[in-house]
Design a protein around this ligand. Sequence first.
Ligand SMILES: [Zn+2]
Length: 242
Amino acid sequence: MNLRDITMEDFKEGLEVTRTVIIPYGTVEEHGTHLPLSTDTLVVNEVVKRVAEEVKVFIAPPIHYGVCTSTSQHPGTLGISPATLRRITVDIVKGARAKGLRGFILISGHAGGLHLAAMREAGESLVGELEDIGMAVISIYGLVQRDAISIAETENDSHAGELETSLVLYLAGGLVKGRSKKEYPELPKPFIVRDKIKHWPGGVWGDPEAASVDKGRMLFRIMVDKVVGVVRDMENLRLTDS
Ligand SMILES: [Zn+2]
């Protein structure tokens, strides 16, 4: 049940079946020269659409802007602040709760540390304030981390690398423009540098050449299965959690 498409009557009837909603989070962010700026949104949105075909759950339109740090200076990245992400999360969850929803699964297609921290912070404050809700905050890549390592042929694969490229090849192959060169960022941690592009010119973390449609299909399936599991757990645990 996609909130984008259903009517108010459908919504009311849907509440008889489930009180859980999945809210996907993406970004507008550079993904090398070969993947679209909407990659994170695209992947997570396709996952939740498929999940909703397999289990009764509401899905919300994606929050298309996210918190980007390492890629903040690259062309095309349009980020928002953690404070904005927290506020929009709190507002949407409270709005949905007022309409009868009680289980909230926030899933991010973007694995940025500050981005996920903002989502978790909002989740924590909502759980503290509202005693009748269930809350899960998930990074879609964190959820499949072990499986991802076994599917990837290259080590230390991440942003716009082997697996993310595979997912976009599988889900929207027409949007993939060739392949960026293999690259790993050389950001001198623990320092926070001003000129991020100097240390990470191509904006790619991994080897896109190793990507394939099959790897994308495999990883996508695992993502869907894991999220279906979280929906079931939410439905089973939500009312007993205290
Ligand atoms: Zn991404």
